[in-house]
Ligand binder design. Structure first.
Ligand SMILES: Cc1ncc(C[n+]2csc(CCOP(=O)(O)OP(=O)(O)O)c2C)c(N)n1
Ligand SMILES: [Mg+2]
Length: 328
């Protein structure tokens, strides 16, 4: 795997560190009641988010899931505006009206997270249809969890993307569990890429703990989509380090399993060794980077804490009353 230039590589590393620190900080704040409605921690899954988003152009579209802080940070939204949204403050990415599961900004190509398992691919497929009809030079990425792989809407959407040759990339952020259910127990045929191939699309099972591998497969998928060669399916194998949602006490996997993934496969540790062996940074420079990330997240928390709650008069902002057919 060829390593990108120094600036790009250090950017990838820093972005993964930002996600890890953001999540571990928000997790603790959630347990202290600061995060409205709880949250889903993506620690362990940084390479999927950063690999995908670093291969996209700024206005390419994403639609995501209930676990979306990492995708949203990697898309370029600030830790301040995302932390403020978790605190439901007016300075948040969704104006403080969405909280953790509804981060989004359609004007910047983020078609949102949502709490309906499997919905992200359908939303991204619709966006891809819009892109095709307008003739835009963009792609749409639908993130989905392994649990979402066994919902009907997902495959209906994939089928439409294939027959209409849409510029869609489906990325399975496959952390191997849907709440307490191991993916292998509920996935007929086992091999997700083969399943997608059966729908007539290019499909790959890849290492979702390796940021460069994710970036490479998504770059190639994007090139194909822009060349009019249609959708691609990418199943990125990764692992979540914490419970399904904050506070969950998992009894469905062993501590040894978690420790094995963390100690041998961690995406940040792995990429630090790549950056150091490429001569792009010394260990002490990596430590400095970590300290600057810590300062950034502390600043985000202070910003969120100091921000006001949204005014009640904004409650219907960003809701399309025409689409709902009602007067708001
Ligand atoms: C349609 C639907 N069914 C069930 C649920 C309840 N639910 C919430 S998260 C989840 C598991 C999702 O697992 P996965 O797709 O692997 O995503 P992950 O949580 O691992 O990121 C379930 C079943 C839901 N929110 N929506
Ligand atoms: Mg999962």
């Amino acid at each position: 795997m060829s390593v990108p230039d120094k600036k790009t590589s250090l950017g990838l590393l820093r972005q993964m560190m930002v996600i890890r620190d953001f999540e571990e900080t928000a997790d603790k704040l959630s347990l202290r009641g600061k995060v409205s409605g709880g949250m889903h921690n993506s620690s362990g899954q940084e390479a999927v988010a950063v690999g995908v988003l670093s291969a996209l152009a700024p206005l390419d579209v994403i639609a995501t899931t209930h676990r979306s802080h990492h995708h949203t940070l990697a898309k370029g939204f600030t830790s301040r505006e995302i932390m403020a949204e978790l605190f439901t403050r007016s300075t948040g990415i969704s104006g403080g009206r969405g909280a953790s599961m509804h981060l989004g900004d359609v004007t910047k190509g983020h078609f949102g997270g949502n709490g309906i398992v499997g919905a992200g691919v359908g939303i991204a497929m619709g966006a891809a249809l819009g892109i095709q009809q307008k003739g835009d030079k963009k792609v749409s990425v639908g993130f989905i969890g392994d649990g979402g792989m066994n919902t009907g809407r997902t495959w209906e959407s994939i089928n439409m993307a294939v027959i209409w040759n849409l510029p869609l990339i489906v990325v399975v952020d496959n952390n191997q569990y849907a709440v307490e259910t191991f993916v292998g127990r509920v996935t007929g045929g086992g091999d997700l890429a083969k399943r997608a191939e059966g729908f007539g699309m290019k499909a790959f099972n890849i290492d979702g703990m390796n940021v460069l591998e994710v970036r490479k497969y998504v770059s190639e998928a994007r090139e194909r989509a822009l060349a009019g060669e249609g959708p691609t399916f990418i199943n990125a194998l990764t692992y979540r380090y914490y419970g399904h949602n904050v506070g969950e006490k998992g009894q469905y996997r062993t501590l040894e399993e978690i420790d094995k993934w963390r100690s041998t496969k961690d995406p940040i540790d792995h990429f630090i060794s790549v950056v150091i062996s490429s001569g792009y940074a010394t260990q002490s420079q990596v430590d400095e980077m970590r300290a600057s990330v810590r300062a950034e997240i502390e600043d985000a928390v202070a910003f969120a804490d100091a921000s006001p709650e949204p005014d009640i008069s904004t409650i219907y902002d960003d809701i399309d009353s025409g689409a709902l057919g009602v007067q708001l």
